[in-house]
Design a protein around this ligand. Structure first.
Ligand SMILES: N[C@@H](CCC(=O)N[C@@H](CS)C(=O)NCC(=O)O)C(=O)O
Length: 240
């Protein structure tokens, strides 16, 4: 299933790179999918069947020993971690406006800080809210303890983000960025398992706004096609 030609040139100077994104529907791989759709570059997605543990297969571990999606394979060489993938895409395709253009290293570091906030703070809360059984196998305990504490921690960060969006449509103001794409995925991932939304009206509006974006629509269509594949194989699991 996975085939790689390694050790290729990583510069973009020799023409368009070959881009392959390893994804799983509903996962944080949605964020680089949106980024690539926003750029408009040609890329392929490879479906990793996390429902049957394919991310721990020898084949996939050869691509990403961490056993996680997303992985962006650029001319045969894997790049992992959303912060790195999104930063690389932003630098490689500056015209796409994935992040506002900056003129000094400090402002660039602020953008890394924003991406790292979603990757390192918000995402771990998402995992506790959305997949509590990863932490405690007993269903009742996992919901009562892990999801419940994850939800109260999440309320704090979502409250902060809701306040930030009170006077602006997007994370950075008037201009959309991939940080909005990251927020969209985290918000969707918790809401789909019943996270209470009423205290966060600006987040609800943000989700409606971003769902109108063509790149986001195309990314969701890609996910929908992969969900159909999983359904046809009888291994699709609805988020609960
Ligand atoms: N820090 C990583 C996190 C990646 C991650 O946790 N991916 C999840 C999906 S959202 C995954 O592959 N989970 C499969 C597993 O842990 O077995 C990143 O930001 O790229």
């Amino acid at each position: 299933m996975f085939r790689f030609a390694r050790n290729s040139l990583l510069t973009l100077e020799n023409g368009l790179p070959d881009l392959e994104l390893f994804v799983a529907p509903g996962s944080c791989a949605r964020v680089p999918t949106i980024a690539l759709e926003e750029i408009g570059v040609k890329f392929d997605t490879t479906l990793v069947r996390t429902a049957i543990g394919q991310q721990k297969s020898a084949e996939f571990l050869a691509v990403n020993p961490k056993g996680k999606v997303p992985v962006l394979v650029v001319n045969g060489v894997p790049l992992t971690e959303n912060v790195a993938i999104l930063s690389w895409l932003n630098k490689s395709y500056p015209d796409a406006g994935l992040l506002p253009s900056v003129t000094n290293d400090f402002d660039a570091a602020q953008q890394i800080s924003d991406l790292a906030f979603f990757s390192g703070t918000v995402h771990p809360h998402v995992t506790r809210v959305a997949m509590p059984m990863k932490f405690i196998e007993d269903a009742k305990l996992s919901f009562d303890i892990v999801r419940s504490k994850g939800t109260s921690d999440m309320n704090v960060v979502m409250g902060m983000i809701n306040d930030r969006l009170a006077d602006r449509p997007w994370w950075y103001g008037d201009d959309w960025s991939i940080v909005d794409g990251y927020l969209f995925w985290t918000w969707w991932r918790i809401c789909v398992v019943g996270y209470p939304q009423d205290a966060f009206p600006h987040l609800k509006d943000h989700a409606l706004r971003i769902a109108q974006r063509p790149s986001v629509m195309r990314a969701l269509q890609r996910e929908a096609r992969n969900i159909e594949i999983l359904k046809s194989e009888g291994i699709y699991k609805e988020p609960v």
